[in-house]
Design a protein around this ligand. Structure first.
Ligand SMILES: C[S@@+](CC[C@H](N)C(=O)[O-])C[C@H]1O[C@@H](n2cnc3c(N)ncnc32)[C@H](O)[C@@H]1O
Length: 587
């Protein structure tokens, strides 16, 4: 890995490999910057202007854009290096002359852009990305001694496919999948449940068995540590990643969907614009569904099989309303669809107990589903909320959580009891003095999910969270659930260390930061505090791997920790996303 980085990012070496992953990288030019010329200047020409006129027109330049290495675009750079390493090529051998393409300079047989953007047949897919795309090598159409690295959506390792190359970057090209000529043994199209699959950008894995999906996600975690925690991997601090925990529901699990629509600027809408989810390129491989959802960048989608039943009822209602009132919109918007659960009181009618501002059908009736809680036998009503400020409720592990519909809350209720139990079990401090209480710190605590679900038998829990709104919900949630040992602080995670008064030997810490991961300052202070155990949950395993390596290798007491286990949870079946849980304990 070090050698690869050295080869392609020589400037990084000067500043040290260990700090590389924390820096922004500029993997390649991403945007075109067109330089203006004075060609349309009608004023009399001065000498200098006349000289300027005789100059050759300036070449168009790329404007480089900084990319977070742990973002999908940043991770792709590591994946490109990995594939090149396997087949023994270096970056120069796949480099595209983007400047020539941008300026469409004549090369070989005419302007170059046309030669680059073309159909290529019989392409064998060699590797997958963590985003669920296939990667393959194709010939460079202009510089025949070179190759190109193609990213192929919905391509599986072992497939042989026909593709359309439509966009060129310095070290890869973007393509659309046109046909699958030979199928990978993993490809099982009969499993596809959604007519938009293969066009919609939401799901990548519907054609894989669930076990294969879980295995790919385990591989994503393994690779993330290889790319972002190379020293821990080399020193075998990272052991084998455990099997990914599956979601009890593989479809109908998502408690929140956000369909959206666009309104072209300065135009009145003549007809209803598509309302749904983004289209992934211009894929053509699923012939039977080519026209489904239309051909705009947003697909018109009336049902989403990964959404819960009541969220789909809400989607139907809101689409019907949109059909009538779309002309009132001056710009595009996103519609929030969030499931809300009401614990029913058998002594009064269901409708009396439901919030009036839940999504209604065209007759003005609230759409709801009555269900039974399998664990307690309690009767529940599910409704769909569209107002971001409305307070919604969820039941997890016998606790009730209230939060604003627009604020963060986990989106797969079915998997939450598995996750909260796993977290709770792994927070336990072994061999603690009999009778002495243990303590818990919940950094990035949101509305208190992990604090409250892990509070039993613990002396005290301190949660810290940047959103004052979420902290106020965390406090009410603790109170409403009769939990008295939880205290919540508003502020950045590191604020916690100002008020922590629990003995570190008997304290466990849970970390659940946003996608960008933790700040170095926080990780340094965490190591200084020196808790007995740490459970780090992350929706971006790449920033998690970077943080874990920083914590163990760069902080003063980090080397006194080991990784006890590393496992994924599949919060989002049918998609490439994986939630990773890393448990660390003192050596
Ligand atoms: C992935 S969510 C986890 C929330 C909670 N653990 C849960 O499961 O519901 C991350 C949370 O971190 C909060 N957050 C973001 N940056 C933060 C920071 N620097 N310090 C503390 N909290 C932060 C966000 O507001 C969000 O609630």
């Amino acid at each position: 890995m070090g050698a690869l980085i050295r080869q392609f990012y020589p400037s990084i070496i000067a500043s040290g490999l260990q700090s590389f992953c924390r820096k922004m990288i500029t993997p390649e030019p991403l945007m075109t910057k067109i330089e203006s010329s004075d060609i349309h200047n009608k004023r009399p020409l001065t000498q200098s202007a006349s000289n300027a006129r005789n100059k050759k027109p300036k070449l168009k330049k790329y404007k480089t854009k900084k990319v977070d290495p742990t973002s999908p675009r940043g991770v792709l750079e590591f994946e490109i290096d990995e594939l090149l390493g396997k087949i023994g090529l270096d970056r120069e051998q796949i480099r595209n002359d983007v400047s020539a393409i941008l300026n469409d300079v004549p090369k070989v047989n005419g302007p170059i852009a046309k030669a680059y953007h073309r159909i290529v047949n019989n392409v064998k897919i060699l590797q997958s990305t963590s985003n669920g795309d296939g990667m393959a090598l194709i010939d460079n159409p202009v510089e025949i001694e070179k190759k190109q690295l193609a990213l192929i959506p919905f391509g599986l390792v072992g497939d042989v496919v026909n593709i359309n190359v439509y966009k060129t970057h310095p070290y890869h090209v973007e393509t659309d999948l046109l046909d699958v000529i030979e199928e990978s043994p993993s490809r099982k199209d009969e499993l596809i449940t959604c007519k938009y699959f293969g066009k919609c950008s939401g799901c990548q894995f519907q054609f894989l068995s669930y076990n294969e999906q879980l295995e790919l996600k385990r591989n994503t975690i393994t690779n993330a540590y290889k790319y972002f925690a190379p020293r821990l991997v080399a020193e075998k601090v990272v052991q084998k990643v455990g099997l990914t925990f599956g979601s009890p529901l593989e479809l109908g699990y998502r408690t929140k969907l956000t369909p959206h629509f666009d309104v072209p600027r300065r135009r009145t809408l003549e007809s209803k614009p598509p309302l749904g989810f983004g289209q992934k390129g211009k894929q053509k491989w699923r012939k039977e569904t080519l026209d489904c959802g239309g051909h705009s960048s947003i697909l018109d989608i009336e049902e989403c099989p990964i959404g819960t039943a009541v969220v789909n009822m809400g989607m139907r209602n809101e689409r019907q309303k949109f059909e009538i009132n779309y002309k009132n919109y001056k710009r595009g918007a996103t519609i929030l669809l969030r499931e809300n659960t009401t614990l029913l009181d058998n002594s009064c009618s269901i409708l009396e107990q439901l919030k009036d501002d839940s999504s209604k059908d065209m007759d003005g009736n609230i759409s709801f589903l009555e269900v039974e809680d399998i664990r307690t036998g309690a009767k529940l009503a599910k409704t769909c909320v569209t107002n971001t400020r409305q307070v919604v409720r969820e039941y997890v592990d016998g606790y009730t959580f209230r939060f604003s519909a627009g604020e963060f809350f986990q989106n797969n209720n079915a998997i939450l009891p598995l996750v909260t139990k796993y977290v709770r079990d792994n927070l336990q401090i072994p061999n603690s003095e009999p009778g002495a209480p243990n303590y818990l710190v919940d950094a990035y605590c949101g509305s208190g999910l992990f604090s409250i679900c892990s509070s039993k038998g613990v002396g005290k829990v301190i949660g810290v969270e940047i959103s004052a709104d979420s902290v106020s919900f965390a406090e009410t949630n603790a109170k409403n659930n009769g939990v008295e040992n939880c205290h919540f602080i508003v502020g950045k995670a590191e604020k916690l260390f100002e008020s922590i008064d629990m003995p570190c030997d008997r304290t466990s810490v849970i970390l659940d930061p946003p996608r960008k991961g933790c700040d170095e300052l926080f990780l340094k202070q965490l190591a200084e505090y020196y808790p007995a155990r740490i459970v780090y949950i992350s929706c971006n395993v790449h920033s998690q791997a970077r943080d874990v390596e920083y914590f163990i290798k760069e902080t003063e007491r980090g080397s006194r920790y080991k990784i006890e286990s590393l496992r994924g949870f599949d919060f989002f079946p049918q998609t490439h996303h994986v939630e990773s849980v890393c448990v660390m304990s003192r050596v």
